[in-house]
Design a protein around this ligand. Structure first.
Ligand SMILES: CC(C)(COP(=O)(O)OP(=O)(O)OC[C@H]1O[C@@H](n2cnc3c(N)ncnc32)[C@H](O)[C@@H]1OP(=O)(O)O)[C@@H](O)C(=O)NCCC(=O)NCCS
Length: 463
């Protein structure tokens, strides 16, 4: 931090607990918060694709600086650029007509010339931009080496629906051996939407095709697509943070009309995921820094399409008690959950199941069985407010029910819950109103008449 020598030195504020206040708290906190991601991303292979429109934006240089930062942190990077607006400009300059049919450009000889010129210019400009290293600039000392070459083998798209796409092609093969060698040598690899064929022809490709093929064939850990098409929102206009490929496909097939670019990238993301790329991300390129925010913060900023379960549900351990207290304390204070002391939690920790997301407890549920009566109580269900209403409560409850189903040594035929404010939610989960007298006698004796909770019960299918 710098201070003006003329200004009177400010008194340091102190916290009520007389602890020194760390002034750049947010920066330090954020940097510390990024540490697990820095460790997780080091040595990983990411394919990052961005459009020709982003190249024209003011924040393109900060974006390249973010790329340089990722490289410095040990991420192995393959960049795939688009070129559509640059090609359009070129076509216009030379008065060349070009048709886009089903989202694909028909590339005749004249169009191909414009494509080659535009892509060539972008490549050279990108190489130049990555060579910047002026003192005191963010790229100072980065020493980025960038490699591009004939890594993409293409084949013609051919005639489809009666349309001859001519020099428009699709990816046939990626030279993974050459790319791997360059990545290991510390290069960033730059791929353009152009490919060559064994016959020596050049084909105009879509950058999504190049990126997806590269991510799949290189067994990349992530594919990140920066697009202008905004964010992927649900019907209530909330950002969809995570989707499985099936969920993403449902959105594509729904009546909802997605912006064309979003739809194309969603299709690529689904394909990449199904072909083994563990995580694909779609982020808005309109916001500077979105790449770093997606990669180094817990919730990210875009939509992640991932086949794996991001939220882990597991039995709680004594180490989780701090996280559980953080989650349930506000609900206890509101009277929604029954208060449990830390000591009681320690004693009863084996009854708890938690949902964890990137090291944070975001959901909890407890089960208290009365084995002799084949009945069990569900208690303490809570989902972190930031994560509510996206099916997690239901997932946690179902997980518990499923686990009980599998445990044949301790059959449980009825599950009950005492609730003050969640009656409808439990009813929607198949729990019916029940009487206090339906509960085990020992539980009836503990009933708190002041709380006046309602009883809900589910008789489980014994099959
Ligand atoms: C109740 C709770 C566990 C549900 O978890 P969740 O992950 O948010 O819920 P789901 O995503 O599975 O279900 C969402 C649906 O349930 C509804 N819902 C959420 N809380 C509800 C409640 N208290 N009563 C009725 N419906 C409720 C939502 O409106 C949503 O319905 P919609 O999609 O039609 O709009 C969660 O909201 C929570 O932690 N609440 C505070 C603690 C609490 O009440 N615990 C229960 C103690 S017995």
């Amino acid at each position: 931090m710098t201070t003006s020598s003329k200004a009177a030195p400010k008194k340091r504020r102190r916290s009520p607990a007389n602890k020194p206040v760390h002034e750049p708290l947010s920066f330090v906190d954020q940097f510390r918060g990024a540490a697990p991601y820095i460790n997780a991303h080091r040595g990983r292979t990411f394919v990052i694709t961005f459009s020709g429109t982003l190249i024209k934006e003011n924040h393109f240089h900060p974006f390249l600086q973010d790329i340089a930062l990722l490289h410095s942190l040990g991420v192995r990077l393959i960049l795939v650029h688009g070129a559509r607006p640059q090609i359009d400009d070129r076509l216009q300059d030379f008065n060349v007509e070009s048709e886009i049919i089903n989202g694909l450009r028909v590339t005749n000889d004249e169009v191909l010339l414009c494509v080659k010129e535009s892509v060539g210019n972008i490549r050279i400009d990108l190489e130049g931009a990555f060579s910047t290293g002026l003192p005191n600039s963010p790229m100072s000392g980065a020493n980025i080496r960038i490699a591009s070459g004939n890594f993409v083998t293409a084949r013609p798209l051919g005639v489809r629906g009666g349309i001859d796409y001519q020099h428009t092609g699709e990816v046939r093969r990626i030279d993974t051996a050459a790319i791997e060698k360059l990545l290991s040598g510390g290069f960033i690899v730059l791929l353009s939407p152009l490919g060559t064929s064994p016959t020596g022809e050049v084909f105009n490709l879509s950058s999504e095709d190049v990126a997806t093929s590269a991510a799949i064939q290189l067994n990349a850990d992530k594919m990140l697509s920066l697009i202008e098409g905004g964010e992927l929102l649900d019907q209530k206009k909330r950002l969809l943070r995570q989707l499985t490929p099936d969920e993403a496909e449902k959105i594509l097939n729904s009546r909802r009309k997605l912006p064309e670019q979003m739809a194309r990238h969603l299709i690529s993301a689904i394909h990449a995921c199904r072909q083994g790329v563990p995580r694909t991300h779609i982020l808005s390129s309109l916001q500077s820094g979105s790449l770093l925010q997606e990669l180094f913060t817990r919730d990210g900023i875009g939509t992640m399409i991932s086949a794996d379960h991001y939220d882990e549900i597991r039995a709680a351990t004594i180490e989780d008690i701090g996280g559980i207290i953080e989650l349930i304390q506000p609900l206890e204070e509101e009277g929604i959950l029954v208060t449990r002391s830390r000591e009681l939690l320690e004693i009863e920790i084996d009854h708890f199941t938690v949902m964890e997301r990137d090291g944070t407890i975001i959901g909890v549920i407890a089960l208290y069985p009365y084995h002799d009566q084949k009945i069990a109580e569900i208690a303490g269900l809570a989902i972190h407010p930031q994560y509510q209403n996206s099916g997690r409560g239901e997932a946690l409850l179902k997980h518990l029910e499923h686990r009980l189903n599998k445990d044949s040594s301790h059959p449980v035929e009825r599950l009950f819950v005492l609730s003050t404010r969640t009656a409808h939610w439990f009813q929607e989960q198949g729990y019916d109103p029940a009487k206090l007298s339906d509960l085990p006698v020992e539980r009836q004796q503990l009933y708190n008449y002041k709380r006046n909770s309602k009883v809900f019960m589910r008789t489980r299918n014994r099959a």
